[in-house]
Structures are given as C-alpha cells and as structure tokens.
Design a protein around this ligand. Sequence first.
Ligand code: SAM
Length: 326
Amino acid sequence: MFSYRHAFHAGNHADVLKHVTLVATLRHLMRKDAPLTLIDTHAGAGVYRLDDGAAQTSGEALDGIARLQALRSAAISDQNPASASAHSTPIATNNIASALTDYLDLVASFNASAARGGWRVYPGSPFLMHALMSEPARAPVHDRLRLFELHPSDAPALDAHVAQLAAGRQIAVARQDGFEGLKALLPPPVAAGGSRRALVLIDPSYEIKSDYAKVAACMQDSLRRFPTGVYLVWYPIIPRPEAHGLPRRLKTLAQQTGRAWLHASLHVGAAPEGGGLSASGMFVFNPPHTLKLALDAALPQILQVLGAGRGRGQAWSVENGGASPR
Ligand code: SAM
C-alpha cells in the first residue's frame, strides 16, 4: 500500500480521459447558479511539476499532455495567418473539439508563464475543480470542495498546495479514507434556493485489488444516500478480472437504481517499448445530457494525437443509457 504516487502519472492518457470528462461535466453543471458540493475521494497531491524527477523518470506526460499542448500551440499559431499551415498535426487545428479545447485552455492557465516552452505544471483533479469554481462568473455562487488523501507524503503535499490557494473554508482537506469520508458528506447540504447538488470523483489507485469491490460498494451506498448526485468513477483497463468486472457491476447498479449512466473508454495502444497502462475508462452516474456528444467529438481526436506511434489495440468508445438525461 502507498507505493503509488500520482506524480509519476500526472498528465498521462488516463488523466486526459478523466480530466476531459470531469471538466466537460462540471461545465454543464455550472450552467446553473445553485452551489455545488465537489468531492474528490482520492485527491492525490493536487498539482504536479512536469519538470521534476517523477514526471521526467516516467515520461508519461510527454506521451500525454505534452502532445496535446503541441496541438494547442499549433492551433493558436494557425489562427495567425502569417504562420498558418506551418505545422503538421494529426487533426485539423481549426476543428478541435470544444471539450478538448476547454480542458487544454484550463491546463494552459496554470502555465501562463511558460507560454513559449513546454508546460511545467499539471493540475490534478482538485486544482481543475478549484479553477472552475473560482472563475469570475462562477465564484459568486460559492461552490465547496472536499478532498480526501491518505498517502503519507501526498496528503501533506496536498495540504500545502491547497493552502497556497488561500480558499479558506471553501476547500477542506481530510487525511482520511475517501470511501469512508464520503458517507458523511452525502446528501450534501441544502443550498440557497433549496437544491442539493454534488459531483463526486472516485479515482483510487487500485493498488490493492479490494479497491474494485470498494468502488462498487461505495457507489451502491452513495446512490442510496444521494441518488441524484453526479458520480464519476475512473478505472484502469488491465487484464485482471476485477477490472473487467467493474464497469459491468456499475452498469448493473445504474440499471437497478434507475439512474442514467455513461461509460467512456480510451485505449491508446501498446507503447513501443511495451509495458505500462494503455487503456482506462470512466463510468458516470447521472451524466449531463451534453456529455456523450462532447466526448464523441473529443475522444477520437485525443486518440489520434496520443495513439500516434503506438501499437495495436487503439480504440475509444462512449456508451450511455438509462433514465432521462439531466
Ligand atoms: N484524483 C487525482 C487526480 O485526478 O489528479 C489522482 C488520484 S490518484 C489516481 C489516487 C490517490 O488516492 C493516490 O494519491 C493515493 O495515495 C490515494 N489513496 C489511496 N487509497 C486511498 C483512500 N482509501 N482514501 C483516500 N486516498 C487514497
């Protein structure tokens, strides 16, 4: 336990899938003025350096967010007629999916001082959520962010990073088991206007195989406590029965509880040197009705960029079903 450090994986293809889905979901939820409780049961360190030892050793961000940064840079310079067509990119730079552009613009906002070089900072889910809730148009709504992290090094790192945001009581960090801590937060409090709204990201490291069963049990319990919450579950696609079984279990649970659901997956293909994670999925309960269209447009583009030079098994999918969309 606790050999997993997200710093080695920050900005890889799995983070891209997870965070594009998270940002697109939150954007939709934030169209309404009623405050949201945002919960990250497995928060990590919050924000990561891409130029430090961990990211450089693994090289995962280089094959992930760095490639997408290059696409964004090409798109920006193609908007300038003087340099148009100077780049060769796998997709037309004037046709980048809006969910992908939105996500990349958000990551870019953490790298404003590195406009001309490679991005040095990658925001994890807590910082992406905080960035969206503190945008000028959204800040007056006063969303709340609740974070859980257990790692003996990443928990204090998260504390320190969150302290720098000076967000006061809007953000609370607990060094506690996220599966357990979530129970006390659901249902969320009634906000001004009388509504209860929450988005929960469940993103364990699956270091121990009991995490798969814990995710399923946690979702069953959470839907009982707060059936209308929006829940996003990330999972790795690896040759392990528990991993294959998890999306099936979650889909069955959605159907049994009458909840709308969406299941997205991204397989970037085998790495040339072999090894490493090459696919992952996101399962969403009560997804916004806009999410399928957003991912249908973004995932094939992400795959074209991140799959370049990789081996077989490249694929993406977005499936949904269930009760009427929100
Ligand atoms: N959600 C983060 C993001 O997207 O930026 C990444 C999280 S990382 C995949 C999973 C994190 O969960 C690790 O930092 C790990 O230390 C932490 N963790 C593992 N078991 C936990 C538990 N039971 N409760 C809370 N955190 C846990």
